[in-house]
Ligand binder design. Structure first.
Ligand SMILES: NC(=O)c1ccc[n+]([C@@H]2O[C@H](COP(=O)([O-])OP(=O)(O)OC[C@H]3O[C@@H](n4cnc5c(N)ncnc54)[C@H](OP(=O)(O)O)[C@@H]3O)[C@@H](O)[C@H]2O)c1
Length: 276
């Protein structure tokens, strides 16, 4: 992305903060970052900590930015878009990190056909360890795609899909996924305490084992099925545990849970998009 491209964030909350911090650490200049928010105290805080330019109204931010990032809660997005209605220029690029709201609904609220990238980051983005699913509508050109890729790469890895509906699948896997792993950590911690370990040790063992397994899966060059087979000696302790998981239909539970998240993402998308 050219360093003179001006990026404006509508909403100065947690995600905007993470993205801006990431951009700054990648060498993007604070003078080319704008932020607007309904909360003036928060704007003041962002300005003094990050050196970005702040606006108390979203229309001024729009007028002074090349790329506008929607970083507000889903319930607020239609209100924000209505404020901007018929005020954007045709060469502006919009990026939404707002969960669930489809590109056609955003463009309907903005009152035109604008180049728009919808993204689905996840919460580890707050620690620059996220994964983000992205979808570009047909008006987004390659240079714009590259700019958005750089923007979201500031908080983790990017995965593009060429059908917008696939963002619902991404929501069910990586969007909600951190909570699935937290549930596993919580269950392992409880199990460790039931086996006599103290709480602090139980907590550390479950978290660090999860981290170590992730690092191994990322760096070993082997798929998770192979890694699991390699750590499962015949008649050993791991085999006893894995067989118990499978007797209780572990894979079936994971498939049902992710399907439920996928169905709910589709329902929410429908409900939120129905607003005029
Ligand atoms: N947090 C995550 O890890 C994560 C992951 C994936 C996707 N997302 C998506 O990212 C979006 C932002 O999440 P977040 O966690 O950053 O939310 P957040 O911390 O609540 O930030 C949103 C900010 O927008 C402000 N706001 C409200 N109305 C506004 C308006 N009309 N104009 C300008 N600003 C306004 C809010 O102010 P008030 O607080 O005063 O209302 C708040 O400061 C959400 O749509 C969420 O779905 C977040």
């Amino acid at each position: 992305m050219e360093n003179k491209t001006v990026i404006g964030f509508i909403g100065a909350g947690n995600m905007a903060y993470a993205l801006i911090k990431g951009l700054l650490s990648d060498g993007f200049e604070a003078k080319n970052i704008n932020v607007s928010d309904a909360n003036l105290e928060l704007l003041e805080k962002r300005s003094s900590e990050l050196g970005v330019t702040t606006y108390s109204d979203n229309v001024s931010l729009l007028t002074n930015s090349d790329i506008v990032v929607f970083a507000v809660k889903p319930q607020v997005l239609s209100v924000v878009c209505h404020e901007l209605k018929n005020k954007a220029s045709s060469d502006q690029l919009f990026v939404s990190i707002v969960a669930g709201i489809k590109s056609k609904d955003i463009n309907r609220w903005l009152g035109g056909d604008f180049a728009l990238v919808r993204t689905m980051p996840n919460t580890p983005a707050l620690f620059q360890s996220g994964v983000t699913g992205l979808f570009a509508n047909e008006l987004v050109n390659d240079t714009q795609k590259e700019s958005v890729n750089l923007l979201l790469s500031a908080v983790g890895e990017c995965f593009w899909v060429n059908e917008e509906n696939l963002l619902d699948a991404i929501t069910a896997i990586s969007g909600s996924g951190p909570a699935y792993f937290f549930l596993m950590m919580q269950s392992m911690k409880q199990a460790a305490m039931a086996l006599g370990l103290d709480e602090e040790t139980a907590d550390a063992l479950s978290i660090k084992t999860s981290l170590g397994a992730s690092i191994m899966a990322t760096n070993s060059g082997k798929d998770s099925r192979t890694l699991r087979a390699e750590v499962t000696s015949p008649n050993g302790t791991t085999q006893s545990a894995i067989e118990t998981f499978q007797d209780q239909n572990f894979e079936g539970i994971v498939a049902a849970a992710t399907r439920a998240a996928y169905d709910r993402a589709r329902e929410l998308s429908q409900e939120l998009g129905n607003i005029d």
